[in-house]
Design a protein around this ligand. Structure first.
Ligand code: PHE
Length: 457
């Protein structure tokens, strides 16, 4: 095998992160997103609360973390974007296809993600106009469905959100992604903790806390496991080439084991804070927690309308949602841009504009598929649902599977040890590497395959 410990592509010209804290906030920024603030709370609600959370936590640390570290190893060792990384570490094989699938996965994700991010823009705007505190809340469901199924308003919002994403990424890794994440992640944390405190101190919040932290095992079914693993993948941005791409911008002396563990921990903490911000309030107002995807856009505005100071809390909540979505969407776009730059030898600016245009068109189709293009169906799903399903339930799982097999079997123990210890400079007990190897070689592939088979049959 070729020595991949040195940069293989554009030596000297490749962008990189400036500091370990920068890497951490960028990785956590990617992980913490709509997955935590929008998807996690409604999945908890639909899957019976605490039991789901416990299963989710086990998946995050037993499977998610080793997979995340594997992607980190591939990216940092190769110093290359998704496809080139596999090719640098295993020249001559067909592993590069996995990188192309990852780029495809990110293209699908960002297409629907930027539509939902656009809804976040609209709802932030509505909360700035104090729209939710005016009426009695009875028209909120209508408001959401008529907005999301209309033609122009969601398209304009999608365009604004995507342009903001491209505007950050075009400035590069250190000056764009890292700078933005360094400021916004702490802001996001403060806002979410503030909202959680408000929610936890509401009268009647206790039922929400019990729901979140007291498992009811009778609610657990095979679906609970499926949903929990899918969520772990989505929330940690696994199998999408994100950690490979960000990892490729990380310096050779960084401790990737500790960065990976901190990323997983930060993502989990944010998900739990989001749960504490939302569930106690939902219970305090006597609403059913199993609202589904409309929880954040219908139920919460309803609650804001009745809460003392709810108008202001609404502004902070939708601002947080938007920031979380942006720090994630920049990472998804970066995977595609890094690929285009390296594969087609393009500069960052034209690559960003090209990627923006392609995603803009796909995103428009996603948005319109909720309304006027609702009849365009593939496998019974409209374009929005199709992109969501194929990326999160198919491509991310395939990506994760390839990564664990690649690192567990193809690279093997020595290269793993080398990368995790920075060629012996860091002390990591052998048993840590041994456990990781067993998880990567046997447990993770078996779990991913089991979940995939369950889902697809
Ligand atoms: N992890 C992000 C979230 O929770 C979504 C994401 C998926 C980001 C894949 C990057 C890559 O919202």
């Amino acid at each position: 095998m070729k020595d991949a410990s040195k940069p293989q592509h554009h030596p000297g010209t490749r962008d990189s992160f400036g500091s370990s804290f920068g890497v951490l906030v960028a990785l956590a920024g990617s992980a913490v997103g709509l997955g935590n603030l929008w998807r996690f709370p409604y999945l908890v609600g639909q899957n019976g609360g605490a039991a789901f959370i416990l299963i989710y936590l086990i998946f995050v640390f037993l499977l998610g973390l080793p997979i995340l570290l594997s992607e980190f190893i591939i990216g940092r060792r190769s110093q290359a974007s998704a496809r080139a990384a596999f090719k640098a570490l295993a020249p001559g094989g067909h592993w590069g296809i996995a990188g192309v699938l990852a780029v495809l996965c990110c293209t699908l994700i960002i297409s629907f993600y930027s539509v939902v991010g656009g809804w976040g823009c609209e709802y932030l705007f509505k909360s700035l106009c104090f729209d939710f505190t005016r009426g009695d809340g009875s028209d909120l469901e209508n408001l959401f469905s008529s907005f999301s199924t209309s033609v122009w308003p969601p398209l304009i919002c999608h365009t604004v959100f995507l342009a903001a994403t491209a505007g950050i990424v075009i400035s590069g890794v250190k000056n764009g992604i890292e700078k933005f994440s360094k400021v916004m992640m702490p802001v996001l944390f403060i806002i979410m903790v503030g909202i959680a405190i408000r929610s936890l101190t509401l009268e009647g919040a206790g039922a929400g806390i019990t729901y979140l932290f007291h498992p009811d095992w009778s609610k657990v079914t095979a679906n609970t496991f499926l949903a929990a693993l899918g969520q772990a993948f989505f929330s940690l941005s696994l199998g999408s080439g994100m950690v490979i791409t960000y990892g490729s911008y990380v310096k050779k002396d960084a401790n990737i084991l500790s960065l990976g563990a901190q990323t997983a921990a930060a993502d989990t903490i944010f998900a739990l804070i989001a749960g504490c911000a939302i569930m106690p309030a939902v219970f305090a107002f006597g609403i059913s927690p199993s609202e589904g995807p409309g929880l954040v856009f219908i139920t919460l505005p309803h609650i804001f309308g009745q809460l003392p100071l709810g108008g202001v809390i609404a502004i902070f909540f939708f601002l947080a949602l938007l920031l979380a979505a942006l720090t994630s969407s920049i990472s998804v776009m970066e995977v595609i841009i890094a690929f285009v730059m390296e594969e087609f030898q393009m500069k960052r600016r034209p690559a960003t504009i090209l990627v923006f245009l392609v995603i803009w068109v796909l995103g428009c189709l996603c948005s319109l598929s909720l309304g006027v293009l609702g009849d365009w169906k593939v496998f019974g799903k409209n374009i929005f649902d199709l992109f969501d399903y194929v990326s999160a339930n198919v491509l991310m799982l395939i990506g994760g599977l390839v990564v664990v097999v690649f690192v567990g079997w193809k690279l093997g123990r020595k290269e793993m040890h080398d990368e995790l210890t920075n060629s012996g400079k860091l002390r990591i007990p052998n048993w840590v590497i041994d456990i990781m190897l067993v998880l990567l070689r046997f447990v993770a592939p078996a779990a991913i395959l089991a979940i995939a088979v369950f889902q697809w049959i």
